[in-house]
Design a protein around this ligand. Structure first.
Ligand code: ANZ
Ligand code: ZN
Length: 890
């Protein structure tokens, strides 16, 4: 038999596929549609094993669905805007555009060498003018629809990269790329109004039953719905106006004359605007109004308007504010920072008791959430408790855990946040938590001090970036006419290529000699073009619709085609995108729907989602602690050495492949040595797809041997019809048929359930069974036909070569998925134990569906049974079908 030579076979089939254009998806097909998609790659310059695993999984699904009779869309493109291109240009002096397109070209070839069933006719990069032109059109449509707005906002400013960072890009208070300490700045920013859809985005999660539970939970937490109460705490001495309106609920102010005097002095020292606001009291948001009787202080955010007003005349507050600003704006940073507080000496009145409560400024209160002010209940909130212990404030428990007694219950250093019965709480006493919440809300509403509200943690999406390599925001600022959209006929606002100097800090578009200068589209006077570009997450929020709806130039995508393909039936990608990318895409599809661009009533872009594990590898180091690439490591006399230097090498942890640890294996090297099929097979075979898979040389060699074994099986038989059904098989041939169909059933259910490793295990079994079967008959041909078709989604080149060798007509890609013969799944014979008077005397082999009478006759005729009932008379024969035969004789 001839040797299998992947290096020759693989490109040959790739050419056939390309020439026949077999992977092109037809919009107009009558077949049911299936859209398979993997998160498109960032063109960093090279393909890594993570890509191979990600795309191999999507490819299994795409090929399998095709064989099942679906019209499959499986496209590929490039998520091409972003900082790395600018950084590379800065370091190497090139141009971000050249770098990006160069990388795309460098990556397309190895990607094609992997033999994925991709419709390359739909390829694009998000940095293509044609693409971002349509993104600008979408931006303007969203603006018309009220989904885009501009406001001043506090931003994380990276003073080294000179750019605004998203919260996620701030790690431990430092910029993720520059490592510089992040500052806070106020800037005019563009926002997408994702909060319009907060409730819908949350409710939609319940319909996504083919998404991992953990991803849905993460999204739900990010949206962070909470029901609570917004209410005012009035300053002592400043309550009359309100009390007159609600005199029946008047609660007497129990504060002292000193308090009233101080409140009056401080508040009257505020500027007029600020005083007018403060006079209304402090508006807080709480999810636990049941704990109001446990309130021991009020805390304002350092950025609260009242704090700011106070800071104008009080330099200590000003200094305190500065100190808080150094922590950064991320919630995580704020949550983990030590509690800092400042006592304003102002006092507000408790709404139920009339007792004065101190007003503090506290660093753990965020301005961006709720109202930027809280009441602190230390006994039942850990942050409040930490704060109270530090500043010696009262701790009054009001929720009694089950089994505790009201007299002895106390809270030390751990707040009690669980369920319980309210006590120390006057009219709320005896109520459970939820009853208490409702009762407190009703009371506050009656008093005219507030109302029940729903709050979402979700913030609007700030999309302004002061960077060059992104989609320009299509807006013009005119001194007379204000902020105007760029007229549609003038789109795209193209990125200038020349005069881009990235070695100077700041936004290159802002200092570009011509980009900014534009005439006002309304009055014609000199105006200023917006120089912010869009967050690159916008680019990846609708690319799947563009793939589906074609490369149209007059609209973002063809509505009919996109609406028919969407939602994506199976999306595959990294769990690192569980929150932002997926949430932004879910927002975009809703916006596109509501702008009439897409017919997608559910608004959900991805019906099925799978998040795959990573590819890991051991880290190798030499004696000096330098990392050594695996390709340079060899084993000699049982010891690891560096091939280059001959020196010993130490094997360390097995971790995610990463350039910095040099524990990477280049897919292209593997393709050259073993072939693409082997690389694909290996990343799918060893672990469940959601887990990490460890790349090992021995594992790859095993996969390679397996591919050879399959080929030798096929090469040993004469050409025939691999679609044959050996209907009349008997004996060993029938056994083989049964084995093949049983394996097939498990292979199929493995693919359906995204458990490719179990499918692989079954393919191994079937291969073993086939190599033991020496007769070249129809049963063997049928089993081989099944084997090759089930291998095809995993190792498509080998499968094509084998299919041809077996005599299959057309490509295996066009062959239908093997149909399981249900008859082959039933066990044909079963073994029944036979007891005589409760003692096991024999066993009989019978067809599984044999009638009771026939079984009885067989049992009675059995030699050992006959011997053991000699001289006795059979009184009764009890048959438990499928289990046992019992003979009673005496
Ligand atoms: C009083 C209280 C008592 C609270 C108690 C909790 C427990 P979620 O569920 O995440 O919405 N809070 C409100 N606004 C805040 C802000 N801007 N910065 C920091 N904390 C804020 O959280 C709502 C709770 O977080 C609110 O309920 C408030 O503290 C706090 F036993 O009010 B609570
Ligand atoms: Zn104008």
């Amino acid at each position: 038999t001839s040797r299998y030579n992947a290096a020759e076979v693989e490109p040959r089939w790739q050419n056939v596929w390309a020439e026949r254009d077999v992977y092109r998806a037809e919009d107009e097909s009558d077949k049911p549609k299936f859209y398979a998609l993997e998160m498109f790659p960032y063109p960093s310059g090279r393909i890594h094993m993570g890509h191979v695993r990600n795309y191999a999984m999507g490819d299994v699904v795409a090929r399998y669905k095709k064989a099942q009779g679906f019209e499959v869309l499986h496209p590929m493109g490039w998520d091409a805007f972003g900082m790395p291109a600018e950084n590379a240009a800065k370091e190497n002096g090139g141009h971000p555009k050249d770098w990006t397109y160069g990388n795309i070209d460098a990556m397309r070839a190895p990607m094609q060498r992997l033999g994925f069933a991709l419709d390359w006719s739909r390829e694009f990069a998000t940095c293509d003018e044609a693409y971002y032109k349509q993104q600008q059109a979408i931006f303007l449509k969203f603006w018309d629809k009220g989904l885009v707005y501009r406001k001043t906002a506090k931003v994380n400013w990276d003073p080294v990269d000179n750019t605004v960072l998203a919260n996620e890009q701030v790690i431990d208070g430092k910029g993720w790329r520059s490592g510089a300490v992040v500052e806070q700045r106020d800037m005019d920013q563009w926002f997408f109004k994702i909060t319009n859809y907060a409730e819908e985005l949350l409710e939609g999660l319940d319909t996504l039953d083919r998404w991992p539970e953990k991803v849905r939970t993460m999204q739900a937490n990010w949206i962070g719905k909470s029901e609570g109460l917004e209410m005012r705490f009035e300053f002592c001495g400043f309550t009359t106006a309100i009390e007159r309106r609600n005199s029946e609920h008047l609660v007497a102010d129990k504060s002292s004359p000193e308090i009233l005097k101080n409140n009056t002095e401080v508040l009257h020292g505020l500027s007029e605007n600020c005083f007018n606001e403060a006079e209304q009291g402090i508006e807080i948001f709480t999810t636990r109004p049941d704990t109001l009787y446990g309130a021991s202080f009020i805390a304002l955010s350092p950025d609260h308007p009242i704090t700011k007003g106070l800071a104008k005349t009080n330099s200590e507050i000003e200094a305190f504010h500065k100190k808080c600003a150094q922590i950064g704006t991320t919630e995580e940073a704020i949550a983990t920072a030590p509690k800092l507080g400042f006592d304003t000496k102002l006092k507000v009145k408790h709404p139920f008791t009339g007792e004065p409560l101190p007003v503090w400024i506290a660093n753990f209160v965020l301005m961006g959430y709720g109202t930027g002010a809280i009441f602190g209940c230390p006994a039942h909130d850990q942050r409040d408790l930490d704060f109270a212990r530090k500043y010696d404030l009262d701790v009054t428990p009001v929720v009694l855990p089950e089994g505790e007694s009201a007299e002895s219950y106390d809270v030390e250093n751990e707040a009690y946040t669980g369920e319980g019965i309210l006590f120390n709480s006057d009219f709320l006493n005896g109520l459970a938590k939820d009853e208490g919440i409702s009762a407190a809300i009703s009371k506050i509403e009656d008093m005219g001090l507030g109302k029940g509200v729903t709050n979402y943690r979700l913030r609007d999406w700030g999309v302004s970036r002061q960077r060059y390599w992104g989609c320009p925001i299509p807006v013009i600022h005119c001194e007379d006419c204000g902020v105007l959209p760029v007229p549609e006929k003038d789109l795209p606002v193209a990125l200038p290529y020349d005069d881009i100097d990235l070695t100077i800090p700041g936004n290159p578009l802002d200092r570009h000699p011509t980009f900014k200068h534009v005439d006002c589209p309304k009055c014609g006077k000199a105006a200023r073009r917006e120089t912010d570009t869009l967050d690159t997450f916008a680019d990846s929020s609708w690319y799947f619709a563009r793939f589906a709806g074609g490369n149209t130039d007059d609209r973002p995508f063809d509505k009919k085609a996109a609406s028919e393909w969407l939602p994506v039936d199976q999306y595959v990608g990294g769990v690192e995108h569980a929150v932002l990318h997926l949430l932004y895409a879910r927002f975009f599809t809703r916006g596109l729907r509501d702008c009439g661009l897409l017919n997608l009533p559910s608004g959900e872009p991805f019906a099925g989602l799978f998040t795959q594990g990573m590819v890991t590898h051991a880290v190798y180091t030499d004696e000096n602690g330098n990392f050594v690439v695996p390709a340079d490591v060899d084993e000699k006399d049982g010891k690891l050495i560096n091939l280059e230097t001959g020196k010993p090498v130490h094997k360390g942890d097995v971790i995610k492949m990463s350039k910095s640890k040099k524990n990477v294996v280049d897919p292209d090297d593997i393709i050259k040595t073993y072939g693409a099929d082997v690389a694909r097979w290996f990343v799918l075979s060893d672990s469940p797809p959601e887990r990490d898979v460890e790349w090992t040389e021995s594992g790859v060699v095993g996969a390679w041997r397996f591919s050879k074994k399959v080929w030798s099986l096929v090469a040993g038989v004469e050409k025939g019809d691999p679609m044959v059904v050996a209907a009349n098989a008997s004996g060993e041939a029938l056994e083989l048929r049964r084995f093949a169909h049983k394996a097939m059933e498990k292979i199929t259910s493995g693919i359906e359930a995204f458990r490719f490793n179990t499918s692989v295990a079954q393919i191994y079994e079937l291969t073993n069974a086939l190599s033991k079967y020496k007769t070249n008959d129809d049963a063997k041909m049928e089993a081989l036909g099944i084997l090759i078709r089930s291998i095809a989604p995993f190792m498509p080149h080998l499968a094509e070569e084998c299919w041809q060798a077996l005599g299959g007509d057309e490509l295996v890609y066009h062959a239908p998925w093997p149909k399981v013969d249900e008859d082959m799944l039933v066990e044909d014979t079963i073994t029944l134990p036979v007891q005589v008077n409760g003692k096991r005397r024999s066993e009989i082999n019978v067809p599984a569906d044999m009638a009771k009478d026939d079984i009885e006759a067989l049992a009675r005729a059995d030699e050992s049974v006959v011997r053991s009932i000699e001289g006795l008379t059979i009184r009764k024969v009890i048959i438990v079908p499928g289990r046992i035969v019992n003979i009673v004789a005496n």
